[in-house]
Design a protein. Structure first.
Length: 265
């Protein structure tokens, strides 16, 4: 009997040491998707205003954005700038296949032809903003990663603007899609809404911080109607304001083709 009792005691002690139902980082992200659908839609169309700041408002730009995404497929973004006059009619296409190098194309009324952006240009500020719309795609894309693509570690709970939050440290296993070393995501413990993302550069230094405000539920998808993106290293920030957001309206695939960009406006 004594030889059986010792292992039983060990099992009971170990069981007590691990709290039942303890969350993991991956479970926090999955719960956020189930409740709020941040990355579960197929396509969306919206209008956005981008306000760029240094010490004061420097520039405002308006655009219509069309996106298409698939959890295990390609994220595509097509943008048409609608103001001010110096960028009106400019078209932008971003194609981000899973596990492959992404492409970016720009058409301007001055050049009258589609130009593919070189690798060196891809991380430049996007039309004067601190975070390109390619990096706003990041907020969707990183929540689609699975265990083969990233490690998700749950850190100590933190309070953000009075809201208790789960903090998930997400480390990609490849930087093919985005050139950043890791991300920290703040999800509200009560609402599972994504309230903040920190982006770290290749040297592990904090590079950008994204804060979400004013969530609205549209067609069962929680949508941040305003996001503020701070470039921590340069002391600038951009505010993205979304309006007229529509999800899953069967956007045709040919919207996201180079030939569509080449046609211009």
């Amino acid at each position: 009997m004594r030889t059986l009792a010792a292992p039983l005691v060990v099992v009971l002690v170990l069981g007590a040491a691990a709290p039942a139902g303890a969350l993991t980082g991956r479970e926090v992200i999955d719960t956020a998707q189930q409740k709020n659908g941040f990355s579960t839609w197929h396509d969306r169309v919206l209008d956005t205003t981008m306000e760029s700041y240094t010490t004061s408002l420097e520039r405002t730009r308006d655009a219509t954005v069309t996106e298409q995404t698939a959890p295990r497929g390609e994220h595509r973004t097509f943008m048409e700038f609608t103001g001010p006059a110096d960028v009106t009619g400019t078209l932008f296409l971003h194609l981000s296949p899973r596990g492959e190098k992404y492409q970016q194309w720009v058409w301007t009324p001055v050049a009258r032809k589609a130009r593919r952006l070189a690798d060196a240009q891809r991380d430049e500020n996007f039309f004067g903003t601190d975070l390109s719309y390619r990096d706003l795609e990041l907020l969707v894309r990183i929540q689609q990663w699975n265990d083969d693509e990233s490690t998700a570690t749950l850190e100590a709970e933190e309070t953000l603007d009075g809201k208790p939050c789960h903090v998930v440290n997400l480390v990609p296993k490849s930087r093919e899609e985005f050139p950043y070393s890791r991300y920290r995501l703040w999800f509200g413990t009560a609402d599972s809404l994504l309230w903040q993302v920190e982006v770290y550069d290749g040297d592990g230094k904090l590079f950008k911080r994204v804060r979400m405000n004013g969530y609205e539920r549209i067609q069962d998808y929680a949508t941040a109607k305003e996001s503020e993106i701070a470039n921590v290293q340069y002391g600038t920030h951009t505010v993205f304001k979304l309006r007229n957001v529509r999800y899953n309206s069967n956007v045709p695939d040919d919207v996201f083709t180079v030939s569509n960009v080449q046609k211009g406006r």
